[in-house]
Structure formats: C-alpha cells, structure tokens
Design a protein around this ligand. Structure first.
Ligand code: SAH
Length: 230
C-alpha cells in the first residue's frame, strides 16, 4: 500500500497537483485542524497525505482544503475537513478493527477510515456517488474498503458485528438494525437531530443489552434518507 506520509516519500509534482492541491496546502489544512483541537497525530498524518481534491469535480478541486463542506452533486456534500478528522479521532479512541460507515458520498471519509482500521464496510444509497467513490478508492489503493449500494439503515448484516459504526448523514432516530449490529463494547458515532432541529454529534456505546448515549458538539449534515437511487 502507498504510504500516506508524502513528506517522507515525496511524489513527483505532476502527481501531487500544483497550487491549491499541493502538499503545502494540505499541510496548512492539517495545521489548522490541530489548532482547532484535533489531537490524534495519526489522523493528522493521514489527512496530510491523502489527496482530498480528487474527491471533488475538477471545477471545485481548488477549494478542497478549505475549512468547509463542498457539493458533490445529487444534493449531497463532502464533509468539511474538521468533521472528518473529529469523527475519525473519536472512532480511533475505540481502537476498532472492523468498522461500518453509512453514507460513502465522495469516499473521502471512507479513505481516511480505510487508512486507520483493518477492515471497512461502507454503504451509499445513490448509485452515481457509490460508483465514483469506488473508482477513487481503487485508484488510491484502499483495498480494505468494501462498498455497497443499499439503504444504510439496514446496516451490513453479513459483516456484523462491528467495533464501530459511523454515520455521515443525520438521522432523527438511530436505525435499530445499526444498534443491533454493534459488537458488545462497540460505539456508534452519528449526527442526530434534536427536537429543536439542531444536530448534535452523539456517541452511543453498547454494553451488553444497554446503550449509553453521550452528546457531543453541534454539527451540520445532510439528512439520512430511505431507499436506493439507481
Ligand atoms: N462522508 C461523505 C458524506 C457525504 S454526505 C463525504 O464526505 O463525502 C452523506 C451521504 O450519505 C450522501 O452521499 C447520502 O447519499 C448518503 N446517505 C443518506 N442516507 C443514506 C442511507 N440511508 N443509506 C446510505 N447512504 C445514505
């Protein structure tokens, strides 16, 4: 597998891209993430090495390292760098080996996860996004990520249980099958809509048949929707 640390293993300039997609731009993004409180060095190292600009259409690629979410078509968004880093950091506290992601989208969060866990499963409901993400992840050698076109509310029963489950779309109630597919001691990290409409990141820990929910920071995600779009 290619090392994500391109500072130690520099790639030729034509492969790195120039200007706004260069290593220096990525380094600046990671410095900003560290200032914003991301403390997990492995997460910062991975994000310093991986080409986020390849997860956007060419016309938007120059904005890839800005502190913002960006459109990826079909009304969906590439999550902002901070939330990708934060969710990955929270997940890594668990030291998970088997992880399920709901909402592949562009595939960027999928790639970051693939670099820090052993096995990854990721579900997307929009076929066009699912296929494009698959191409990018293959190109970047994320061979430990398995993708599926499906309604993620059903999870991935054949691969369960998971040490951690990550949702990158906001639910108003957490789908029961996802909780059921958590391993004992596992955690689910998700944006959850509260009664007043604000969204909050929550961490649900399973202890046997008990589920303990911890409310974390407020966030902004697209909604978790039902059904598949082919
Ligand atoms: N992590 C992605 C986030 C994309 S936005 C990225 O940074 O690119 C959230 C994604 O969740 C969208 O692609 C949306 O289509 C998908 N999604 C929403 N509801 C879903 C569901 N029930 N099952 C699977 N994917 C879903």
């Amino acid at each position: 597998m290619r090392s994500p640390d391109t500072r130690r293993y520099p790639r030729p300039e034509w492969l790195q891209g120039v200007g706004m997609t260069s290593q220096r731009t990525r380094d600046r993004m990671v410095e900003r993430l560290a200032r914003q409180g991301i403390a997990d060095h492995r997460v910062l190292e991975v994000m310093a090495g991986e080409p986020r600009h390849l997860f956007l259409d060419e016309a938007l690629a120059h904005r890839a390292y800005e502190d913002t979410s960006l459109p990826i078509g079909h009304g969906q968004t590439l999550s902002q760098p901070w939330i990708v880093a934060r969710m990955t950091e929270l997940l890594r506290e668990q030291a998970p080996t088997r992880v399920l992601e709901i909402g592949t989208g562009s595939g960027y969060q999928t790639l970051v996860l693939a670099r820090v866990v052993t096995e990854l499963w990721s579900v997307e409901r929009i076929n066009a996004l699912h296929r494009r993400a698959g191409e990018r992840l293959r190109l970047l050698g994320a061979h430990n990520a398995r993708l599926r076109l499906a309604d993620g509310g059903h999870g991935w029963p054949e691969a369960a249980p998971f040490d951690a489950i990550l949702l990158t779309a906001c639910a108003s109630t957490l789908p029961e099958p996802l909780l059921a597919q958590l391993a004992d001691g596992g955690v689910l990290i998700a944006p959850l809509a509260e009664q007043d409409g604000t969204q909050r990141l929550v961490r649900v820990r399973r202890e046997g048949t008990r589920f303990e929910t911890q409310r974390l920071e407020t966030v902004r995600f697209v909604p978790l929707l039902e059904g598949v779009i082919r």
